[in-house]
Design a protein around this ligand. Structure first.
Ligand SMILES: C[S@@+](CC[C@H](N)C(=O)[O-])C[C@H]1O[C@@H](n2cnc3c(N)ncnc32)[C@H](O)[C@@H]1O
Length: 258
């Protein structure tokens, strides 16, 4: 209808020097329908796919049986493939003349370590192409009916990693500045440290009644949305058995979405 041709050959390059290439594909939040057209074309043309667990893994079953699929998941506190191992595999497969796709959840450059892979490939003299994806801090709230901005209400949003709590030696975030903000705060990788984050935001001046939405497994059949407030988030996470992957949205956009 749109004149789109899903022609995988468009993406298979015959390597002149026998060296293949790598395409970094942002797969979107997990629903296989939410990958981009370019991402899907690249995937269909791959000889080898290295996939994360938050990628649209349902698409992997659509690939030809001779496509090599390598699971390089990094589960929080679970199975973990070191980044160096992933980089080495990408280089090895490309040097073997393969058309390699690195399939990630969301967008590869948003807390995805995608740029580290680009640099490692450039260093190894391997052609690399980047296809962005729908990133979860925007797409997952949107799918749950929550806009991250709304004209006249909220004119800013900030996406923050909560993988280390406020005050941690490795934290690069100015939590006091975030507490003074009135816009939307979208927290990723923050389930474990949400109580400490909420405490820090409240002690920095954000109202304890600020509405919060927690969306687990966004875009998946088992997606769950839990509404609470900054002051109650700790109890709610415990009571509702909230587990990653989850997006936590803090701010008035949660109220207007109701
Ligand atoms: C390492 S980050 C990767 C983010 C990804 N690169 C992106 O652009 O969306 C992983 C975190 O993203 C969030 N996330 C990604 N996909 C999600 C989904 N489908 N539902 C809920 N949270 C998700 C969770 O906070 C999860 O812990």
């Amino acid at each position: 209808m749109l004149g789109l041709k899903l022609d995988p050959d468009q993406f298979s390059r015959v390597p002149a020097d026998g060296v293949g290439s790598v395409t970094l594909v942002g797969g979107g939040p997990g629903d296989p329908e939410l990958i981009t057209v370019a991402g899907l074309k690249a995937l269909l043309a791959a000889d080898v796919v290295l996939a994360d667990h938050l990628a649209p893994v349902a698409l992997l079953t659509e690939l030809d049986p001779d496509v090599e699929v390598i699971d390089v998941a990094k589960h929080p506190r679970g199975e973990f493939t070191a980044q160096e191992v992933i980089n080495a595999l990408l280089i090895e497969k490309a040097r073997a003349g393969k058309n390699v796709v690195r399939l990630k959840g969301g967008d590869g450059f948003v807390f995805g370590r995608g740029f580290e892979e680009v640099l490692a490939l450039r260093e190894a003299d391997i052609a690399v192409r980047v296809i962005p994806g729908l990133t979860s801090p925007i797409a997952v709230p949107a799918l749950a009916g929550i806009p991250v901005t709304n004209r006249g209400d909220v004119h800013e949003f900030t996406v923050v990693s909560g993988h280390v709590p406020p005050g941690h030696a490795a934290s690069l975030i100015d939590w006091d500045a975030l507490a003074r903000m009135r816009g939307t705060l979208v927290l990723l990788m923050a389930v474990e440290h949400a109580p400490a984050i909420a405490e820090s935001l409240i002690s920095g001046g954000r109202d304890a009644g600020t509405p919060v939405a927690i969306i687990m497994n966004g875009s998946q059949p088992d997606e769950r949305l839990v509404r609470t407030s900054l002051g109650e988030i700790s109890d709610v996470i415990e009571r509702e058995n909230i587990r990653p992957p989850a997006i936590i949205v803090v701010g008035e956009v949660v109220r207007i979405s109701a």
